[in-house]
Design a protein around this ligand. Structure first.
Ligand code: ZN
Length: 248
């Protein structure tokens, strides 16, 4: 039996940021993690929903927090070339956040040269879409060989380099829970040392804490409705048929 998935809510995320600030933590970018002291690198891997990421970016901005959003290009979950999403990325950058690449290496051939070329190509595409330089990347569900990889990748820093990962505290909400303890209980936070804090927007941007399953089901339902609206706009007869059977 796998562990039940939990999720959080907006108020939980605000409280977490406030608690870190109250302990003297300030936000830095990825390179800033290596500077030592009470610094937090707020990293978000956008695996499922760009809308949730865009909302989180606004919440953070209102609290004076700067984060880095790692977005996927090779996904069916969202399309960054879509005008609304392109505008959302640019808005996030204009709020002071960093937009960077979440790279799914499993989509490409395994040899290092091909992988780095694919990552460089995706970075170039993302730079065109976001209108800002892409200076770092994070791996999506990384294979063991990519975890702790020393040095840059595709000419960029990456979040699993030992200087950002194994040599500093790393806390993640993967699968909707703090499976390695709450960040504020972490020995590094108690000692006022740097922390890389990875959170996934979809687990947090909800009114009330619920299960992660419920968050995913809501996302799937909304995606289904959006697809139906798109289909009705694209194929007139389908829209008419929906009206006939009483679907708005
Ligand atoms: Zn991921």
């Amino acid at each position: 039996m796998t562990r039940p998935l939990s999720a959080f809510c907006r108020a939980d995320y605000r409280a977490l940021l406030e608690d870190l600030a109250n302990r003297g933590y300030r936000c830095v970018d990825l390179e800033g993690l290596a500077s030592g002291g009470r610094v937090v690198f707020c990293r978000h891997d956008v695996d499922l929903s760009l809308n949730h990421a865009a909302e989180m970016a606004e919440l953070e901005h209102a609290m004076g927090v700067q984060a880095t959003y790692y977005v996927l290009l090779s996904t069916d979950m969202y399309n960054l070339a879509q005008v609304e999403n392109r505008n959302a990325l640019r808005r996030m950058a204009s709020l002071g956040h960093t937009v960077a690449l979440h790279f799914d290496a499993t989509k490409y051939a395994e040899d290092r040269g091909s992988l780095e070329q694919a990552a460089a190509d995706e970075c170039a595409l993302l730079e065109t879409i976001s209108g800002s330089p892409v200076t770092s990347l994070s791996f999506h569900r990384p294979a063991a060989a990519l975890l702790g990889l020393v040095g840059s990748f595709a000419g960029r820093a990456h979040t699993y380099e030992p200087r950002f990962f194994s040599r500093v505290a790393y806390v993640s909400d993967s699968n909707g829970g703090w499976h390695h303890g709450h960040p504020l209980d972490h020995v590094a936070v108690r000692a006022g040392e740097p922390i890389q804090l990875l959170t996934h927007p979809i687990w947090w941007m909800q009114d009330e804490a619920t299960s992660a399953i419920a968050a995913i089901e809501r996302f799937r339902h909304n995606r289904g409705e959006a697809l139906q609206r798109d289909l009705a706009r694209t194929v007139k007869q389908y829209g008419e048929w929906l009206s006939q059977i009483g679907v708005d």
